[in-house]
Design a protein around this ligand. Structure first.
Ligand code: NAD
Length: 298
C-alpha cells in the first residue's frame, strides 16, 4: 500500500504535464500547478492531444480518457496542493527556484506529504535539506515522453527514510512504471552516461563530422537507438540540456559535461528545440527539416 491517493504536480511544462497525465490515467486524483494560466493551458492541450492519440491507436478507450481528464485539476494557487499525499516538482532546472518552491510547499502541506523532485542534474539532498522533512523527500526522475517511457529513477538520499522509499517505489509501480534505485549524485544513472554522449554529438556537428541528418541516422541505424542524438536534444529542450550540462560540469569538473558553444548560442537565440519550433531541426514544416545553423538563424 502506498497510502497515496492525491497527487500534486508543480510545473505544467513538458515533464509536469506528462507526469500529471500518467498519474491521472493510473487512477490518482491529480492537481497540477503552474505560475500562470497560459502554461496550464499549453500543458492541458498537450495532455488532450496525447490521450487522443492513445484512443486513436486503441491503447485506451474513450471512456478511460474521459475518466483520466475528470481526475485532473489545473491551478495557479499553490495552496490547492495542501492535502496531497505526494507532490512531484517538475519546474525549471534551477536550485534557487526549486528551493523557494519547497519552502512554500513545506509550509502548505501536511506532515505526511512526500516531496519528490523530477530534477535531471541537481542532487535531491540539496533540496531535501532546505525543508523540514528530509526523511520524506525523494527523487522521482521520469523520462520524456512520460506516458510512453517505462523507467523512473527513484533516488534515495542519506536522509530518505525506508518508509518513504518503499512508498515511492510502490507509487511508481502503481503508475505502471519500472523503478530503478539510484544514489544521489548529479545525473543519477541515465544522465550521467547520456549527457556526455549528447554533448559529444553537438561537438561532432561543430567539427563537421557529418550533416545533422547523417549524424542522427548513423546512431539510429548503427546503434539501434529509436532517435538520433540531435533529435533527442530537440526533444528534451536545448535550454534544459544547457542547464543540466552546467550543473554537471560544476559538480564533476569534467570537460565531457561542458556545453558546446553551438548549443549555448542556439539556446541564447531562443531556439530551444521542438517546444519552440526550432532547434537542430525546423518543426514549422512536416516532416521537420534540418535547421540552417550556420546563418545564425538556427
Ligand atoms: P519546461 O520548461 O518544459 O517546463 C517547466 C515549467 O515549470 C514551465 O511551465 C514553467 O512555467 C514552470 N515553472 C517554473 N517555475 C515555476 C514555479 N516556481 N512554480 C510553478 N511552476 C513553475 O521544463 P521540463 O522539460 O518540463 O523540465 C522540468 C524539470 O524536469 C527540470 O528539472 C528538468 O531537468 C526535469 N526533466 C526534464 C526532462 C526532459 O526531457 N525535458 C526529463 C527528465 C527530467
Amino acid at each position: 500500500m502506498t497510502g497515496i491517493q492525491k497527487v500534486g504536480v508543480v510545473g505544467c511544462g513538458l515533464m509536469g504535464s506528462g507526469i500529471a497525465q500518467t498519474a491521472a490515467a493510473a487512477g490518482f486524483s491529480t492537481t497540477v500547478h503552474d505560475v500562470a494560466e497560459p502554461f496550464l493551458a499549453k500543458g492541458r492541450a498537450g495532455i488532450l492531444k496525447s490521450l487522443g492519440r492513445l484512443v486513436e491507436r486503441e491503447k485506451i478507450t474513450a471512456e478511460s480518457r474521459d475518466q483520466a481528464l475528470a481526475r485532473l485539476g489545473f491551478v495557479t494557487d499553490l495552496s490547492a496542493l495542501r492535502d496531497c499525499d505526494i507532490v512531484i516538482e517538475a519546474i525549471t532546472e534551477e536550485l534557487e527556484l526549486k528551493n523557494k518552491l519547497w519552502g512554500e510547499l513545506d509550509r502548505i502541506c501536511g506532515p505526511r506529504t512526500i516531496f519528490a523532485s523530477n530534477t535531471s542534474s541537481l542532487t535531491i539532498g540539496s533540496m531535501a535539506t532546505a525543508t523540514a522533512r528530509p526523511d520524506r523527500f525523494v527523487g522521482l526522475h521520469f523520462f520524456n515522453p512520460v506516458p510512453m517511457m517505462p523507467l523512473v529513477e527513484v533516488v534515495r538520499t542519506s536522509t530518505t527514510s525506508a518508509e518513504t522509499l518503499d512508498r515511492a517505489l510502490a507509487f511508481v509501480l502503481a503508475l505502471g512504471k519500472e523503478p530503478v534505485v539510484a544514489v544521489d549524485r548529479p545525473g543519477f544513472i541515465v544522465n550521467l552516461l547520456l549527457v556526455p554522449f549528447l554533448l559529444d554529438s553537438v561537438r561532432a556537428l561543430e567539427r563537421g563530422t557529418a550533416s545533422t541528418v547523417h549524424l542522427d541516422r548513423a546512431i539510429q541505424l548503427g546503434c539501434g537507438h529509436p532517435m538520433g542524438p540531435l533529435s533527442l536534444l530537440d526533444f528534451i529542450g536545448l535550454d534544459t540540456v544547457v542547464r543540466i550540462a552546467d550543473i554537471m560540469f560544476n559538480a564533476y569538473e569534467d570537460p565531457r559535461y561542458a556545453a558546446p558553444p553551438l548549443l549555448r548560442r542556439m539556446t541564447e537565440d531562443g531556439h530551444h528545440g521542438k517546444k519552440t519550433g526550432k532547434g537542430f531541426y525546423d518543426y514549422s514544416v512536416n516532416p521537420p527539416v534540418p535547421a540552417d545553423l550556420d546563418s545564425g538563424k538556427a
